[in-house]
Write a protein that binds this ligand. Structure first.
Ligand code: GLU
Length: 365
């Protein structure tokens, strides 16, 4: 077996609910075992692996039918509370057979908003890897509702692989990849490689989602595209194929879609910012001079270039930056709170509203 460690780097593997559960939602332990076997092979070869696994809600659903007065949100929370334990006990047992310790990390979207929380989570996962404990990550579905939720675990897996500087993200569902038409229809072909900057891929993809998971191919592709631009190779593949993970890493001709990484890698803060748009607390509008300086990629945003402020934010919050025509040109971490910034609009102050180190300008990095 080849050792492609330098090429693939740290590997994040995302497993969808449809891979680890059967048609009725109960855990498919046979399938889980085959995934575990493959991951065990990688770990024995010295690869660092992070597993992001769905399946908690589906696995809990088979155990309890909440009373009629329980809302759907509460029902999902109960299912997740029960199912996550089942999911993890199975993983721990199965990885244990191979002498691999596995631990659970539950993340909420909010854990990514605050840079300190983000770094805490990063340190924890790094320490697990250093101590040969396989991190198995899922959303903390018991406390995540609505706007505080990840779109799905595909989004979570993208944020984790970016945060953990992975070289590869493998997204496993029960389809082989992205096709040029509905999979199975005459003439539909799998797209084997997609390069950053290829347009019009969305037109091939149907918006439907799977029975148990929240995500669909559209979100998979949009996450994959963003992550590939950060320098991470993404493979969308079928986790129900017995040796799909090892086949990808051994570069065998297995059906899957490879979204090829572009060479550029962002630094830590910029990577964090690139996943922070949904956490933004306010908007600042900048005049044309500031806009041009920011678009050059090297400037900080100074108060003298700020013409208007919307919303309330604290020092350290993420803010969106718009030009006067209302187009967003970037995001950044604010050096002032909104009250202070409002009181010195257009003034010549030394401390920037957003320092260049904490600024992400569209299409720049
Ligand atoms: N976190 C959910 C679970 O474990 C899955 C979310 C998704 O479908 O992506 O059940």
């Amino acid at each position: 077996m080849k050792n492609n460690k330098a090429k693939f780097g740290r590997i994040a593997i995302k497993v969808g609910s449809n891979v680890v559960t059967t048609g009725d939602g109960s855990l498919n332990t046979g399938r889980m075992l085959r995934l575990v076997e493959q991951i065990a092979v990688l770990i024995k070869q010295g690869y660092e692996v992070i597993l992001i696994s769905s399946g908690a809600v589906a696995a809990g659903k088979t155990d309890i039918n909440p009373s009629r007065k329980t809302s759907l949100i509460s029902s999902k929370q109960i299912w997740a509370a029960i199912g996550q334990v089942k999911l993890m006990s199975n993983y721990q047992f199965l990885f244990g057979k191979y002498g691999i310790g596995a631990g659970q990390v539950l993340a909420a979207k909010d854990s990514f908003r605050d840079r300190l929380h983000y770094l805490n989570m990063k340190n924890c996962i790094s320490a697990m890897l250093e101590n040969n404990v396989l991190p198995i990550i899922n959303e903390n579905d018991t406390i995540s509702i609505n706007e505080l939720m990840f779109t799905d675990n595909d989004e979570l897996s993208g944020m984790i692989s970016s945060m953990m500087d992975c070289g590869t993200l493998i997204i496993l569902s029960n389809v082989d990849g992205i096709y040029t038409g509905p999979p199975g229809r005459n003439g539909s072909e799998i797209l084997k490689k997609i390069y950053a900057g290829t347009h019009d891929i969305d037109k091939y993809i149907s918006a439907s989602t799977s029975e148990f998971g929240r995500g669909g191919m559209l979100t998979k592709y949009s996450i994959a595209r963003g992550i590939a631009k950060e320098g991470i190779n993404v493979y969308i593949a079928n986790g129900t194929r017995d040796s799909v993970i090892n086949d990808i890493i051994n570069e065998k001709d297995v059906p899957c879609t490879h979204i090829v990484a572009s060479a550029k890698r962002k630094n830590g803060v910029k990577k964090w910012l690139s996943h922070s748009d949904t956490f933004a607390r306010g908007i600042v509008y900048v005049n044309d001079g500031a806009r041009d300086a920011l678009l050059s990629g090297h400037a900080s945003l100074l108060m003298i270039g700020v013409s208007k402020i919307e919303g309330f934010f604290k020092k350290g919050d993420i803010i969106r930056i718009f030009d006067e025509r209302g187009d967003q040109i970037g995001i950044g971490k604010s050096g002032y709170d909104s009250r202070k910034a409002e009181s010195c609009l257009g003034e010549k102050l030394k401390i920037p509203l957003v320092h260049n180190d904490y600024l992400l300008i569209n299409n720049k990095e």
